[in-house]
Design a protein around this ligand. Structure first.
Ligand SMILES: *Cc1c(COP(=O)(O)O)cnc(C)c1O
Length: 421
């Protein structure tokens, strides 16, 4: 059974101050989880998690993660600006972008971020616009299928990211000639993986490539960035990954592929997003309508604009009706939002306890790629974000949008002047 960190009483207390729909984050949950990750990788001197900002781009959350040792992984101008405003600098910022604009490289270089090049042609582009730094990372795409045993985990051949193996060799040689002294390597070959074998297998491939490139070019590799991709159990019958088993698998590959060949001091970096925040944020919404037509519908005050994953991926998000955690799931509902889009359904044919108007529903696992993927379709306004502290107090960490925000880009038009902030 999936449990939520919110009780009905606490949720009602929060909703009485900040009306639903609302994203709520569990500070204790994501802090303990970050500490546990660091514990798992403590065998590696210099291990660092660069939290993927796109998953949960909130300054308060970034600053808390920073206190637990995390850096940030950015891929756009505004993510870099947010990182800078939150006090991240230099090696604390990884810039893993693609199809990167010149101004983004310029800012990344100015902040001293570690730049992760997505393509060999970006060497000249970076040189022309920002200059080549002393330390750089290259994103590798091995092509083919990415398999573990006989399971296909991903399809790198189809992915737009990264350099081919021959391009990796050529890029390293060219970058050495441009004065680069320290290298890193990065790859992201599978997303939202369950089971504990993704990182170890990815690590093996990257460590082996580091060894080959070192022998071939004499380059000094100082880190391997395993990127994101550790998944979370969205469904109640799925099991949580064990980062201690994962980190141990990476350690074995590290010994076999690097240490046994005399390559020492390589740091492990990760760029996890979903694993860091996914389970520790929920979308809190209230049942406001019933509709009995060809199916039984529960209309809620949130919609796909607040959490897109069900609408665009058909993704499962567990739902708990607060106060009815132990009631039998003897009703079947479609739980739907208000967009003029038939895909705006948080759940289809979901067995749930009997729902009454006014009930608070928790939509689980919305802490990563939840709020951040939201949009303004149908003129829907983005919700507030609230942080629940370990002592039970709570804090608004983003206000809800108002019509003034929605009309802000028309602020040059007199008919919208009444909405100016
Ligand atoms: C999205 C992304 C991540 C985070 O992925 P998760 O699946 O959330 O762990 C990390 N690195 C890069 C380059 C990404 O694009």
């Amino acid at each position: 059974m999936k449990k939520t960190f919110l009780t009905k009483a606490k949720a009602e207390e929060i909703a009485s101050v900040y009306p639903t729909p609302l994203h709520v984050y569990d500070e204790k949950g994501f802090c303990d989880n970050a500490d546990d990750l660091y514990d798992a990788f403590s065998w590696n001197d210099g291990y660092k998690e660069y939290f993927a900002v796109k998953a949960t781009p909130n300054p308060t959350i970034l600053k808390i993660l920073q206190k637990h040792g995390c850096g940030v992984d950015c891929s756009s101008l505004t993510e870099l600006l947010m990182a800078d405003a939150c006090g991240f600098c230099g090696d604390e910022i990884m810039f893993s972008s693609n199809e990167t604009a010149a101004e983004e490289f310029v800012l990344a270089k100015k902040l001293g971020a570690i730049i992760n090049l997505d393509d060999i042609t970006h060497i000249d582009y970076l040189k022309k616009h920002a200059g080549i730094p002393k330390k750089i990372c290259l994103r590798y795409n091995p092509g083919g299928d990415f398999t573990i045993g006989n399971r296909i985990m991903g399809n790198p051949a189809d992915a737009k990211y990264g350099l081919t193996r021959p391009q990796m060799s050529e890029a390293v040689k060219r970058l050495i000639a441009e004065g680069v002294e320290e290298f890193g390597i990065h790859a992201f070959l599978a997303s939202n993986t369950l089971g504990n074998d993704y990182y170890p297998e990815l690590a093996r491939i990257l460590f082996k490539t580091v060894r080959e490139l070192t022998e071939e070019t004499g380059a000094k590799f100082v880190f391997v960035n395993l990127s994101g991709g550790i998944g979370i159990p969205y469904r109640p019958d799925q099991e949580k990954n064990d980062v201690h088993i994962i980190a141990e698998g990476v350690r074995k590959a590290y010994e076999k592929e690097l240490l046994d060949h005399g390559i020492c001091g390589v740091k492990i970096f990760t760029e996890l997003g979903r694993y860091m925040m996914g389970p520790y944020g929920v979308l809190l919404t209230r049942a406001i309508h019933f509709k009995h037509t060809h199916k039984e519908y529960v209309g809620v005050d949130a919609c796909a604009a607040h959490l897109m994953r069900p609408a665009i991926y058909g993704a499962y998000h567990h739902i708990t009706v607060l106060g009815k955690e132990n009631a039998p799931c003897d009703h079947t509902y479609d739980v739907v939002g208000s967009l003029c889009e038939n895909s705006d359904k948080f759940a289809v044919d979901r067995p749930l306890p009997e729902i009454e108007i006014g009930d608070l529903l928790v939509i689980h696992d919305a802490g990563a790629h939840g709020f951040s993927m939201g949009y303004n379709y149908n003129g829907k306004l983005r919700s507030a974000e609230v942080l629940l502290h370990p002592d039970g107090t709570f804090e608004r960490i983003r206000r809800a949008e108002t019509p003034a925000d929605y009309f802000a880009t028309f602020d040059f038009m007199p008919e919208f002047s009444q909405y100016k902030r």
